[in-house]
Design a protein around this ligand. Structure first.
Ligand code: ACO
Length: 437
């Protein structure tokens, strides 16, 4: 028997099946042949929340959750964070290789020429209430971009895809900055193409009356590093949404808006905002043990802890902690850091967290840096969505080029009623009455 097969025996029929392994994995469709008779649909798998199902093949990002390893296109995340710019990493994720100096310069130049948004889109954003959550504004405005670029529907055109990708990477910081300025009642600031990607974002956020904004180089570099760390994370909830919506051949603006909506949830990218709220609720280092007891009693979660894939320290959290030190040299320390460190230390020693392999994830420290830089918590998830746009697009591009992919359409185990019929009484009660006015 070849050793790259698995033998399954169906105890209902006594038949055995040798199923081939594909990259060490069973193809779910191979199970369909396992039937009790010709009328039988065939065996399916049941996997709520995709705990053990690979939905695609991907060469973008590699994670080893037990070892705490994260690599983009084979490069360790810490090397990329140390030696590259965010835009070079974006090129890497989208094209598979790091750019040479000419490619890098041309790519930055092209992205900077896609940073403007149509004035009507600006007016569209002005329609939001003054207290609209920036993430709701971000999701809706990215979706609205679809109406400005109808040619984006031609998702089969490689050339069009390239253009939409550049537009999205160029425009998301502008949309994010406008959403933020709107919530503060400040006038919008136009992009400055002489600045780098993170620098220009800071310009659009913070520029007041000065003719030219000069971003602090340490803060701009810290933001660029944070962007690198957040750029992709393989098949997480939002990447899966990007692929699921993209599989219907919706245009990339609509698919990306859906992915950003998935990111907004507190169990995913919304966790960074929740971490800050949690730290505020704890209030002081002396209250940490009582809070940890509440978590252990199941009354709440320790936000920023735990991960579906990492069962070890999230490698991004380590780099964020180091970056925080650089930021605090400029901004002064965020007093919330002390509470976070105490939380981490108590949790990492506690049996509850050790047994469940719960470690700090990327969101645990990122909010503390963002806050020290001057951001309000409700913009944190938008700060995550800007770089993750690149990852979503890399995943989408891969999906569109994958000949094995089709419209995403899971199966279900139906647990409802068998057929039944509407009785006379129910039919009368349900009939709508016609009201004449
Ligand atoms: N605090 C306390 N207990 C936790 C936490 C936490 N943060 N996370 C998981 N647990 C416990 C669960 O209650 C469960 O305990 P049980 O076995 O006694 O029932 C066990 O650990 C396993 O947890 P699951 O929920 O099954 O793990 P899952 O892989 O489904 O969830 C998730 C992962 C959603 C990230 C979870 O750890 C969580 O909710 N964390 C807090 C939110 C957060 O920080 N999200 C950001 C993730 S990173 C990102 O998306 C960018």
């Amino acid at each position: 028997m070849p050793d790259d097969t698995v033998r399954l025996t169906d105890n209902r029929t006594g038949k055995s099946y040798d199923l081939p392994l594909f990259h060490g994995t069973l193809r779910a469709m191979d199970l369909r042949q396992i039937k009790t008779g010709p009328e039988d649909f065939g065996l399916m798998t049941y996997d709520p929340a995709f705990m053990n199902t690979a939905s695609c093949m991907s060469s973008v990002t590699y994670i080893d959750g037990d070892q705490g390893i994260l690599r983009y296109r084979g490069y360790p995340i810490d090397e990329l964070a140390e030696k590259c710019t965010f835009l070079d990493v974006a090129w890497l994720l989208l094209n598979g290789e790091l750019p040479n100096p000419d490619e890098s310069a041309e790519w930055s130049n092209k992205i900077s020429h896609h940073t403007m948004i149509h004035e009507n889109l600006k007016k569209f954003m002005e329609g939001f209430r003054h207290d609209a959550h920036p993430m709701g504004m971000f999701v809706s405005t990215v979706a609205a971009l679809s109406t400005f670029y109808p040619e984006a529907r031609d998702v089969k055109s490689r050339q069009s895809r390239k253009l939409q990708i550049m537009r999205l990477i160029g425009k998301v910081p502008t949309i994010a900055a406008y959403a933020y300025r709107h919530s503060l009642g400040l006038p919008y600031v136009y992009p400055d193409n002489t600045l780098g990607y993170a620098e220009n974002f800071l310009n659009m956020l913070w520029k007041m009356t000065e003719p030219k904004y000069n971003p602090d180089p340490v803060l701009a570099r810290a933001l660029d590093i944070l962007f690198i760390l957040h750029a992709d994370h393989e098949q997480n909830c939002s990447a899966n949404t990007m692929r699921a919506v993209g599989s219907s051949q919706a245009d990339p603006y609509l698919s990306l808006a859906a992915a950003a909506a998935a990111l907004a949830g507190p169990l995913h990218g919304g966790a960074n905002e929740e971490v800050l709220r949690m730290i505020d609720e704890i209030g002081s280092v002396s209250n940490v043990p009582a809070f940890v007891d509440k978590v252990k009693a199941g009354q709440c979660k320790l936000m920023g802890f735990g991960h579906r894939v990492y069962k070890n320290y999230d490698p991004r959290a380590k780099i964020i902690k180091r970056t925080a030190e650089e930021v605090f040299k400029v901004t002064g320390a965020n007093p919330k850091l002390e509470i976070a460190i105490e939380l981490e230390q108590i949790a990492l020693r506690d049996e509850y967290f050790i047994k469940r392999k719960l470690y700090p994830n990327v969101d645990f420290y990122s909010g503390i840096i963002y806050q020290a830089m001057g951001f309000q918590p409700d913009i944190f998830t938008v700060l995550f969505a800007i770089p993750r746009t690149v990852g979503w697009l890399a995943q989408w591009q891969e999906l569109v080029d994958d000949s094995e992919q089709k419209i995403a359409r899971p199966r279900q185990i139906y647990t409802g009623h068998d057929v039944r019929h509407v009785g006379e009484l129910a039919a009368t009660a349900a009939a709508p009455s016609i009201v004449r006015t």
